[in-house]
Design a protein around this ligand. Structure first.
Ligand SMILES: [Zn+2]
Length: 187
């Protein structure tokens, strides 16, 4: 089933509300039926989630999503390089997903390292990308938001995404608050 961007967004908000109010982890549909159905008929995830690798940020739980619901791309600091862009294009162009959410989070270690300019080896390429985006911003949450907007702009530079945005694709920025579990969607 192909889902419209507005319906997908309402499912994410509903799922996040259920997540905040649940004491135990009630996941989305992870039943045998759903597993066999998606195995046989393939996947039509209703949202692409681009987020950080941070272990406190767990998209399927945060949105109470199950098998076949979310197409998730995760790198520290929710940056996207060519492989990430390719994954996003695949979900949009081949799986007919209509909603992309770029979700930063509070207390992000990658953002912290970019502000403090402390890094080594492989992580330096991530930190440089974030530093280029945040341009000296020192507040962690503000910097995380600027970094989300930068990732959105990068995704929008894809020719495939540009074309789909003229149709019914939607890209939304968001911030996951690690203390409350709340996802704040940007307008
Ligand atoms: Zn992070």
């Amino acid at each position: 089933m192909i889902v419209s961007p507005n319906l997908a967004l309402s499912w994410l908000k509903e799922g996040n509300e259920a997540y905040i109010n649940s004491e135990k982890n009630h996941l989305g549909d992870i039943s045998l039926e759903k597993r066999l159905h998606t195995h046989k008929h393939g996947q039509n995830p209703y949202a692409v989630i681009v987020t950080c690798s941070d272990s406190r940020v767990i998209p399927e739980s945060i949105f109470m999503a199950g098998i076949g619901d979310l197409f998730v791309i995760r790198l520290a600091g929710n940056v996207v390089a060519d492989f990430g862009m390719g994954s996003i294009e695949y979900a949009i162009d081949h799986l007919n997903c209509k909603l992309i959410v770029v979700m930063g989070h509070t207390m992000c270690g990658a953002i912290h390292s970019a502000i403090e300019d402390s890094h080594s080896n492989y992580i330096s390429s991530i930190i440089k990308e974030i530093q280029f985006a945040i341009k000296g911003e020192k507040d962690n949450t503000n910097a995380a938001k600027i970094n989300v907007l930068n990732t959105i702009n990068k995704i929008k530079s894809s020719e495939i995404i540009k074309e789909k945005l003229k149709d019914d694709l939607k890209i939304v920025g968001a911030m996951y608050h690690t203390h409350s579990g709340h996802v704040e969607f940007y307008k």
